[in-house]
Design a protein around this ligand. Structure first.
Ligand SMILES: Nc1nc2c(c(=O)[nH]1)N[C@H]1C(S)=C(S)[C@@H](COP(=O)(O)O)O[C@H]1N2
Ligand SMILES: [Mo]
Length: 412
């Protein structure tokens, strides 16, 4: 992790002032879930009509997939406005409906227990004052982002492409917390648990685990701020786990409990949910059985044009700006290429500022459309040489879609 201590300190001071000025409580007071706007958006797949809502606390206009527990998608045009996704339009995904609507930051404690020498109970002030602050730009992407495009369709939240976002996270290294606690030799995994719970008795708590070497790699962090502000309640106030390069199912929100285990975690959310076929690109044929399943893990590269939409009319014979975002998955973006002839020829694009290997990277180019229909394609390669596939993967979970995106335009 690159940590420029001057920048971090200056930003941290600014942010601490913000936190002291009222950010120490997260609240959903004033939440009025009946205030839906009448406006709708059509995602380009069957059943893709979505209400636009601004009715959720600390959230601007979002696509509504479900009210309780909330599933809110970022309107795609937001990704054209900057490399960082604003907190008030960052997507929201919860599994369990009993989510605290008010959290007192002063009373909050993060507990660390299990296979360690010293149990810890850390306040937010402890975290902000006793550990070195770190800052990292990283993409948080749901495993099921773009599931609505799966063909054939699969069960689960029917996301378009907006179940992802990029933020600058500030917090502490998980490694430093574990070092303070003193890991025992018996430590095998660390399990993360948040304040949310199910409504029905017996509903398994949403818990995720990482191997102990991953947990102490110095990159995994506990964030108390997102884009310089306290986390919105729906994005996990006051603390969340950041697992750079991994799908966000591991990024446990409202994190208040870390248990170091002496065995691999077999709780429901590790052993039954979020499993992918252990095949290249987690790809199988619909109906295929007998495949070994493993927990989902590292992300794969993706790229999107953000200033053009499918079916749009553009001017023929004039340079057309094409720009967007890309991310490399578990490493940086090497290049992004664009084809304006449906994938026959490709040209490199100009990459924007590098905010670090886990961040979105902006890119831009120009194409010269001839009159008539044209199909743009966008393809990213990451610094490990992994390229987006030309055909879509498929699996029953609707996970890890990263096919080369196509946009059909009409030039006249
Ligand atoms: N406590 C808790 N953390 C959680 C979840 C959850 O249901 N409860 N869902 C996970 C999943 S599957 C996703 S996609 C991300 C969504 O993060 P966001 O709501 O901040 O966008 O949170 C992750 N962390
Ligand atoms: Mo997710």
């Amino acid at each position: 992790m690159k940590s420029n201590s001057h920048d971090v300190d200056a930003r941290r001071r600014t942010m601490l002032r913000g936190l002291a000025a009222g950010g120490l409580a997260g609240t959903m007071a004033g939440w009025n879930p009946s205030a839906w706007s009448a406006q709708t958006v059509n995602l380009p797949f069957a059943g893709g009509e979505r209400d636009l809502t601004s009715a959720f606390p600390q959230k601007g206009e979002m696509l509504l997939l479900r009210t309780r527990p909330p599933l809110l998608e970022t309107p795609f045009a937001v990704f054209d406005r900057g490399v960082f996704t604003p907190n008030d339009q960052f997507f929201v995904r919860w599994h369990l409906a009993d989510i605290p609507t008010k959290i007192d930051g002063a009373a909050f404690r993060l507990n660390v227990h299990g296979q360690i020498e010293r149990s810890l109970s850390l306040s937010l002030t402890d975290l902000r004052t006793q550990f070195e602050p770190v800052e990292l730009a990283a993409v948080n992407q749901c495993s099921g982002n773009s599931r609505g495009f799966f063909d054939q369709r699969v069960a689960g939240a029917q996301w378009g492409n907006g179940a992802m976002g990029n933020a600058l996270w500030t917090g502490v290294r998980l490694r430093d917390i574990l070092a303070r606690a003193g890991l025992k030799g018996s430590a095998v995994q660390a399990r993360f648990n948040g304040l949310d719970a199910g409504v029905l008795p017996g509903t398994p708590k949403f818990m995720k685990s990482l191997d102990i070497d991953h947990a102490r790699d110095g990159e995994v962090m506990i964030a108390y701020a997102m884009n310089g502000q306290p986390l919105p309640l729906l994005n996990g106030f006051p603390l969340r786990l950041i697992v750079p390069g991994w799908y966000s199912t591991y990024w446990v929100k409202m994190l208040n409990d870390i248990e170091v285990l002496d065995h691999p975690d077999d709780n429901f959310w590790m052993s039954k949910a979020y499993l992918i076929p252990d095949t290249p690109q987690a790809n199988i044929a619909p109906g295929q059985t007998g495949v070994k399943m493993v927990p989902i893990n590292r992300m794969v590269p993706r790229s999107f044009a953000t200033n053009l939409t499918n079916g749009q009319n553009v001017a023929a014979g004039k340079p057309l700006t094409v720009r967007g975002i890309a991310f490399g998955g578990d490493t940086g973006v090497r290049d992004v290429s664009v084809s304006s002839d449906g994938g026959t020829t490709w040209a490199a694009t100009r990459l924007g500022h590098d905010h670090g290997k886990y961040s979105f990277r902006q890119w831009e180019t120009h194409v010269m459309p001839n009159a008539g229909p044209l199909v743009l394609k966008i393809k990213a390669t990451n610094t490990a040489g992994v390229v987006q596939p030309d055909t879509a993967n498929w699996n029953t979970g609707g996970f890890m879609r990263n096919v080369v995106e196509s946009i059909a335009l009409m030039a006249s």
